[in-house]
Write a protein that binds this ligand. Structure first.
Ligand SMILES: Nc1ncnc2c1ncn2[C@@H]1O[C@H](COP(=O)(O)OP(=O)(O)OP(=O)(O)O)[C@@H](O)[C@H]1O
Ligand SMILES: [Mg+2]
Length: 597
């Protein structure tokens, strides 16, 4: 029996059904409508009997008026009920889909940074769009339609049972045999569908990557290479779709053949009885009509299995994400930290992303209001270190403390409210410049927004856009320069006005002149705030109270500029290299060139 097993229902599928729960009233109404449709279909099959007997055999003229009228009434009622059930069932189905889609997005939003580094954006997009769409078609057309088909089959079988019981019982026995190919094909489809959905996701990820990286594709002359890779992926999808189409195309003729054999049997068996006079011709015709009407819902029911299998495959892909747990967890009774100056302690912190240690044995106390500069070679671990403060990642060993409280015990939302970040990559959303700046500070006044833009030296170029602050970033497309993007990001961080500031190469894309200006603004802002400033250019850390040199995941040197120079170590090397680059070795590289270092 196992070979024709029904699709296994797991907790995941039950959870899908739970999404229906408050559509109870609509569902009940839809079931009533479906029952009416079924009853009317059965009635229309049954009407053949009086039509044949009373009109064609007995030539009853009164019935000649009555029966056609009845036929119209039956079909009218059926039409109205069919509309009702379709509408209601679609409403239920679409509600489930909407909830599932929202739940998926909400869940993804709450997953930690590490998840996004592992998953491809395009693949996630595909799950929210393609996979949800497949489930949607399972719900709206298949499951919902099948409620009606199920009732109709019951109704028609009752008519046949009433008309010629013995023949109908044969049908009951033979019918389940038809289930065998249905389930066989269904299982095949589910397997193929999973592959198809995966390759769709793969293509989506590929598109996302290559379209985002068009510039590099063109610059390296790789258009043909990418075209070939795309064609390969396209071909894989084609193969999966054709495999599925083959199975589906086969299931329909097989059902039809079974139907044909059934009809042949009825004509042979029923015909025998009509000739022998056991049943009237009208009864036989009515029976045959009912069996004929059975064909449609049965066929649809066989398609239902296919659609359900497709849907279940997609469900699995969605629940794979929904069941992913965040490892950045809110403490059971989190400490609410209040806005104000904070001090941060790194206590024997080690950290790794996957396997290799990126930070080791970091011990550091940053007093409230202290400005700490992190310098060092690329890949040393500067970004990784500051990523620990807003809990983008959790430490592997040791602890990060804010005001002596382990940040893992602090409310995540409260913690992140204390931190304003300017990331190494400027990230802006497809929205107006205004909305990008107020991101996270929706209640800022117009005056504050303008002030933030001015402090970030973004005001002048923003107002030069045709729509000023209302210009959409998307419309500007690639027209914002790297430095302009950075300045909008800085304005956004300035507006947040948080007591802890993290500036990761915040001014690296600016020319020296704007950099000096923005640095001044940042310098004002840093006063009184606990600040972590990462910079490659040593000339930009003039405001720092203390400098940390990070190399290979360790703090190798710390101190003020002069001390570090005197040590003739890493810092001295960095310093010499930069000033050699700038041909400043000869000039006196102290007070003037280094600001307040
Ligand atoms: N998401 C990640 N997964 C795995 N390894 C990572 C990840 N991000 C960074 N690393 C690794 O961690 C190390 C430190 O990287 P990090 O970005 O902290 O360096 P950095 O000092 O900020 O460098 P840069 O000055 O170039 O920005 C590098 O070896 C890098 O390859
Ligand atoms: Mg970095």
């Amino acid at each position: 029996m196992n070979r024709i097993a029904l699709p296994k229902l797991t907790g995941r599928h039950k959870e899908l059904l739970i999404l229906i729960k408050d559509s109870g009233f609509r569902l009940a109404l839809a079931i009533i409508c479906s029952a009416v449709v079924a009853a009317m279909t059965a009635a229309s099959a049954y009407l053949v009997k009086p039509a044949v007997e009373k009109i064609f055999e007995q030539k009853d003229t009164q019935m000649l008026m009555l029966i056609p009228l009845l036929v119209v009434v039956v079909f009218l009622t059926k039409g109205i009920a069919a509309y009702g059930s379709s509408y209601l069932l679609n409403h239920i189905g679409q509600t489930v889909i909407m909830r599932l889609r929202n739940r998926l997005y909400d869940h993804i939003q709450d997953l930690p940074m590490a998840f996004f580094q592992r998953e491809k954006t395009g693949d996630l997009m595909s799950r929210i769009t393609n996979d949800v769409a497949v489930i949607s078609s399972m719900f709206t057309s298949a499951i919902t339609g099948s409620i009606r088909d199920f009732f109709t089959i019951i109704g028609l079988l009752s008519v046949t049972l009433y008309l010629i019981p013995k023949l109908a019982i044969y049908a009951f026995v033979v019918l389940p045999l038809a289930a065998f190919p249905i389930f066989h094909f269904g299982r095949k489809i589910r397997r193929v569908r999973l592959g198809a959905q995966e390759s769709l996701a793969d293509m989506s990820a590929f598109l996302h990557e290559t379209l985002l990286g068009t510039k590099i594709v063109k610059a390296f002359g790789m258009e043909d290479h990418e075209k070939k890779r795309f064609a390969g992926k396209s071909r894989t999808i084609f193969r999966f779709e054709m495999k599925e189409a083959r199975v589906r195309a086969m299931s329909s003729p097989i059902m039809e053949l079974l139907g044909g054999v059934g009809i042949a049997f009825i004509i042979w068996y029923g015909g025998k009885d009509v000739i022998a006079g056991t049943y009237s011709f009208g009864t036989f015709m009515s029976f045959l009509t009912a069996v004929g009407f059975l064909y449609q819902p049965l066929k649809k029911l066989s398609k239902l299995n296919n659609a359900v299998q497709r849907g279940l495959a997609a469900t699995d892909r969605i629940f794979d994400i929904l069941e992913r747990k965040s490892d950045i967890i809110e403490a059971p009774s989190p400490v609410q930290i209040v806005p104000g100056p904070h001090y941060i302690v790194f206590d024997k912190v080690s950290f790794k992303y996957d396997t290799t240690m990126v930070l080791q044995d970091i011990n550091l106390t940053v007093k409230s209001g202290e400005i700490v500069a992190l310098v060092g070679m690329s890949g040393g671990g500067k970004t990784s270190l500051v990523n620990l403060i807003p809990r983008f990642y959790d430490v592997t060993e040791g602890a990060v403390l804010i005001d002596d409280v382990d940040i893992r015990n602090v409310s995540i939302a409260a913690l992140r409210r204390q931190v304003a970040v300017v990331t190494q990559e400027p990230i802006l959303f497809n929205d107006s410049v205004h909305n990008n700046i107020v991101y996270g500070c929706q209640d800022a006044s117009e005056k504050q927004i303008i002030q933030a833009a001015k402090d970030a030296y973004a005001y002048d170029f923003i107002t030069s856009f045709p729509d000023g602050f209302n210009t959409s970033i998307g419309e500007l497309g690639g027209r914002l320069s790297g430095g302009q993007k950075q300045r909008i990001c800085i304005a956004r961080a300035l507006l947040k006005n948080a007591p802890i500031l993290i500036l990761d190469e915040a001014t690296s894309s600016l020319d020296s002149e704007s950099e000096t200006l923005v640095q001044k603004a940042l310098g004002n802002l840093m006063q009184g705030r606990t600040t972590f400033i990462i910079a490659h250019r040593l000339s930009t850390i003039g405001y720092a109270h203390r400098i940390l040199v990070i190399a290979d995941g360790r703090i190798v040197e710390k101190g003020v500029h002069e001390q570090l120079l005197d040590r003739r170590g890493e810092y001295y090397k960095l310093y010499r290299m930069q000033f050699a680059d700038n041909h400043l070795m000869d000039s006196q590289p102290d007070a003037d060139s280094l600001g307040r270092l």
